[in-house]
Design a binder for this molecule. Structure first.
Ligand code: LLP
Length: 433
């Protein structure tokens, strides 16, 4: 049996296993819907990134997990244990990381509109790097750092003008983007030049992120070239030396059979080669490389387990299979038309000969998880798993229709461990007055 992720298999009972654990046992123990994540796979991805930087760039870099993909205290602990850094984009993500005692100097704070409170919180807790998105923020970070008598390391978010062939909503490197400073207009250079006058900012370097779910190394190499040329321009025109180049995240993963991701270390290899070659050619210092993978670390490691509550055949149209979750725990179809694969955990060894539309339980016609899922004959009570849901599912979940968020379970070495409790109805009304 071939699945989209290599940590999935079928056991002698004909059940789906994830990281060697029988999904039917997890269903029985924790109920549905349930997010299940494979810790061993997550750790192995984190190590791949770390080791690739050692192998191809003499360790002169740091991978920072983009916590927006999956942010819990447990995950922050895993990242810290594997020696990586963390990218946070809000006070809430930062709070989660600090609550897990994540080393603050390895945290990088992003965002196009960080509030004054968030910046004060971050600087007060000695966050390693703040990514400056706009000129107001440059002033504000300088002020807050000055009030606290600190000097804050900053890097600047640049729009390198790269078209990365991905969904419009997750494409960020082009000029028409709310993130960062434009190169073409000279905006980026004048912003960087200003840093010299700011006594409480320490210029470290540049950042760019060209998009997400990208399957090709070329746009990353192109971005690296553009950024290195800018590093040279900064040196020539301002005398500033760029110590760090953060090339963002965006590496693609397999959601459906036709997706063809490349090995994660290949991105680092290609980018490392490009940056070194450009540094030599342009006569600038080889910068420390930072990368921010999110999806590729966690997406393939996660599945969501549901129970089928009804099967509705509409003759000559389609057959809907409705599960006990949906857009509240996975809004990616309704937001991006995202594609997924599914398996019936209790019939995982059976041939997938029927086509169904897997729908959620929300009061919304667009609440679909998979438009055309290939499955064995589905019956009420079956256990349906949507695969590759480890990124941007739990982190984007909502309480729409007042549906409590599912629990999250980690499996490792054949054992399971609850890492986030299932929300209760009481949780839903906790803040209602
Ligand atoms: N760094 C920055 C500055 C980013 O904006 C992002 C993603 C990442 C790193 C991580 O990218 P990744 O390696 O995960 O592709 N909610 C969307 C994805 C939005 C990504 C936003 N930024 C989805 O569900 O597909």
């Amino acid at each position: 049996m071939n699945f989209v992720s290599e940590n999935l298999a079928v056991n002698e009972r004909g059940h789906l296993t994830v990281g060697g654990v029988d999904v039917m046992d997890l269903k029985e123990k924790y109920g549905t819907p349930l997010y299940v994540m494979d810790e061993d796979m997550i750790r192995s991805h984190l190590r791949t990134y770390r080791e690739a930087l050692n192998t191809y760039y003499n360790g002169n870099g740091l991978c920072q997990f983009a916590s927006k993909a999956f942010c819990t205290k447990y995950m922050c602990n895993l990242v810290a244990e594997e020696g990586l850094g963390l990218d946070v984009v809000s006070g809430g993500e930062l709070y989660t990381a600090l609550s897990a005692n994540f080393p603050a100097d390895k945290i990088c704070f992003h965002g196009n509109n960080k509030t004054k409170d968030e910046l004060t919180f971050a600087i007060g807790h000695n966050v390693g790097t703040i990514v400056i998105d706009n000129i107001y923020e440059l002033e504000q970070v300088n002020h807050i750092a000055s009030d606290m008598g600190k000097i804050q390391n900053v890097i600047f978010r640049i729009k390198p003008g790269i078209d990365a062939h991905t969904h419009d909503f997750i494409m960020t490197g082009q000029i028409d983007s709310k993130f960062g400073f434009a190169l073409e207009t000279g905006e980026a250079l004048s912003a960087v030049s200003l840093v010299k006058e700011k006594k409480h900012l320490c210029y470290q370097g540049l950042h760019c992120h060209i998009g997400s779910q990208i399957f090709d190394v070329k746009p990353f190499c192109e971005a690296a070239r553009v950024m290195m040329a800018f590093i040279k321009e900064i040196k020539d025109k301002t005398g500033l030396v760029t110590e760090e180049l953060d090339l963002g995240g965006g590496f693609g993963i397999r959601y459906v059979e036709s997706d063809d991701p490349i090995a994660y270390d290949k991105y680092i290899k290609a980018v490392s080669r490009e940056v070194k070659a450009q540094a030599e050619m342009l006569g600038v210092k080889i910068p420390k490389i930072l990368m921010e993978p999110g999806r590729s670390v966690v997406a393939p490691a996660g599945i969501t387990v549901y129970e089928v509550g009804c099967v509705k055949e509409i003759p000559n149209v389609r057959t809907y299979v409705s599960v006990d979750g949906g857009m509240a725990d996975n809004p990616r179809y309704i937001m991006y038309g995202a594609e997924y694969s599914a398996v019936l955990a209790n019939k995982a060894g059976e041939a997938a000969e029927c086509t169904y539309t897997v729908a959620g339980k929300c009061c919304e016609s667009g609440d679909i998880l998979i438009e055309q899922a290939k499955l064995p004959k589905v019956e009420v009570g079956d256990t349906l798993c949507v695969l590759s849901t480890g990124a941007y599912n739990y982190s984007m979940a909502s309480n729409y229709n007042r549906i409590p968020r599912p629990a999250v379970v980690m499996v490792s070495g054949g054992q399971d461990k609850l890492i986030v409790k299932r929300e209760t109805y009481e949780d839903l009304i906790r803040n209602d007055l």
